[in-house]
Design a protein around this ligand. Structure first.
Ligand code: ZN
Length: 241
């Protein structure tokens, strides 16, 4: 399996808290935990200049992870369409944390994906609401995250095809923090934890969950073309231009 991790590099990661949480870099931390699956993992950097994801790398990707926070608007619209087409053909995607506001997520879900927000470093308890789901296998009734950014309802997403985790925060909010969506032949998983200044991706339960998420959204039969609609091709009136 080939996994590609698109991970932003932003000023929050250069802060003292950010460097303490991930001395090796958050993107490298994600790649290291995913390599434990035996997959071939490639890190693609994103920053204020956009995302350095080539057609060749995307074209060989079975599962694409996407972590972004500051530079969503810098992502090229043409790349978003290519990513969406590959998901429709069967590629799996895992959207992490602020990727709820990324262009590919909103393009694939079709809603604003806005949410309630507070950066307080509160404890989050993620309750499993789908016992036995392959993503939650062996992880118990809940996962505790000592400090996390608060994302709360209302989360403006379509009703998930599979709701796996609901997060609860000390401040009282709840959040659909672990959701699966099916789009075309592909599967998407959204997971809310992972602010860049909290070492959430070092927690053993979270690392196991992300590996199981990669396996769950991986294409069962490879990635193919989205079937063309022959009816539309036959009857659409050609553009005047
Ligand atoms: Zn954040």
């Amino acid at each position: 399996m080939k996994i590609t991790v698109v991970c932003e590099h932003n000023p929050g990661m250069e802060s003292e808290k950010g460097r303490r949480a991930y001395p090796e870099g958050l993107g490298n931390c994600l790649c290291d935990l995913l390599r434990e699956t035996g997959a071939e993992v490639t890190l693609v950097r994103a920053d204020e200049t956009g995302v350095a994801l080539t057609d060749e790398v995307l074209g060989g990707t079975d599962v694409l992870f996407w972590w972004g926070h500051w530079y969503h608007k810098q992502v090229d619209d043409a790349l978003v369409e290519k990513v969406a087409a590959r998901v429709h053909g069967g590629m799996g995607m895992v959207f992490l944390h602020s990727a709820h506001d990324s262009k590919p997520f909103k393009r694939l879900l079709g809603t604003p994906c806005s949410l309630r927000w507070r950066e307080d470093g509160e404890r989050e308890r993620l309750w499993c609401v789908s016992p036995g789901h392959p993503i939650a296998r062996g992880l118990g009734e809940f996962i505790d995250i000592p400090q996390e950014e608060m994302y709360g309802e209302y989360f403006d997403i379509p009703t998930p095809d599979e709701l796996v985790y609901v997060g609860w925060f000390e401040g009282g909010e709840v959040f659909r923090g672990g959701c699966v969506f099916r789009r075309g032949r592909g599967k998407l998983f959204y997971f809310n934890p992972g602010h860049e200044t909290y070492p959430t991706y070092r927690l053993p339960a979270v690392r196991t969950l992300l590996r199981q998420a990669a396996a769950y959204v991986a294409p069962a039969e490879g990635v193919g073309e989205t079937p063309a609609c022959r009816h539309c091709e036959q009857f659409s009136v050609p553009s005047a231009r």
